[in-house]
Ligand binder design. Sequence first.
Ligand code: EPZ
Length: 422
Amino acid sequence: MDRFIIKGPVRLKGEVEISGSKNASLPILMATLLTDEPCVLTRVPDLRDVRTTFKLLTELGKNVSYDGNMAVVTNAGPLKGSVSYDLVKQMRASFWVAGPLLARLKHAQIPLPGGCAIGVRPVDIHLKGFEKLGAVCTTLKGDILIKAGELKPAKIVLRFPSVGATINIMMCAVLIPGQTIIENAAKEPEVDDLIAALKSMGADITVDAQGRVIIEGKAALGPMKHAVVADRIETGTFVIAAAATRGDVIIKNCVPSHNEILVENLVESGFEVVTGDGRIHIKYKEGVQLKPVGIRTMPYPGFATDLQAPYMSLLCTLPGASDITEDIFENRYMHAPELVRMGADITIEKTMAKIKGGAPLSGAKVMASDLRGGVALVIAALCAGGESSIDRVYHIDRGYENIEQKFAGLGAVIKRFNPEKQ
Ligand code: EPZ
């Protein structure tokens, strides 16, 4: 298993280019199941979850070629209606093929994704949506069977603006002639990017002033041509890392408006942040008294749960008391005990983390237990004095393209190391 060996502390300095979004690439790749025509996607990041999605598409009857961040998806054979547990257990988002398969085949059999490290994560909102569209959902030996005689358009009100449910229902409704409306839909930029990709295939989707997604379903969709949006979580991660290390970094090829709350918080904390066309420049000005600003995670445009862990590492470095409330996932503080091993003062009470920041962090042996918690440890290690060893880097590889090269380009001393290969 790969580890990162990081020597700190360092002040990150320089420029970094942001990759295409993981969480937009996955559903857009799955949307290629909605057509028999060729689909060309650019700015697809080379990540473990993206590679898993390629396997998923191949298993379902597609051919994928991938070169230089461009993925070309074509038909290899007839579309299949089920996926293996092996893939679903590697990546919960595999469940998102349900919508396209249901739309095209009127049935889908997908292993129930189950819980994961960050929480229980049920799929009831997805299933209620499919049922509204005319499907019947049952479970059999750990699989969810979704079947429909005929699918019909519907008005669907989500009990919570789930990203995955919005995506899954939308990908089914685009192929059901008539008008489907999704109320209380997720507003995340990744949902907007999926809408743009679907529109390139000829789908008719609008989002009205109340945020309702209105879909005029079509009998068939054409080829897809789309460039994936910049990854706002990778962007936020580098912004936070620059602040935590008191650096001076220009983050390029990003969409600054997707990280507005984060930027506002950092300005309030005392950092200098200038946003411009596709870039964010963040800088610590010597001598400025910094203060911590607490957060509560919320659906977009609120503070992203995916940035909660990296932000906690930053709060550990800012003198003073602050707190975090995690309202999206019930078990997303697994990085906290690891940060404590590095000298942080954090106590967890149910959904709230209380942080007393400012004490120096010191390098330690720690372990990543999930993707964003893992990158939080990388940030802490960059701030800490001495050497840190971060185990289970495979979690981080799920969602950050060339992460060690990008940090090294900003002056970090970071090495990938595999003890079994020595
Ligand atoms: C997406 O997960 C992202 N994953 C997550 O990013 C992200 O944290 C999350 O959205 C919130 O922004 C991908 O895009 C691949 P949800 P998703 O459905 O779709 C509950 C990362 O690190 N819920 O909005 O699974 C659920 O349990 C990942 O890149 C139900 O109760 O998120 C959770 O508490 C991690 N029933 C909350 O809603 C349902 O049917 C939000 O889930 C669906 C969800």
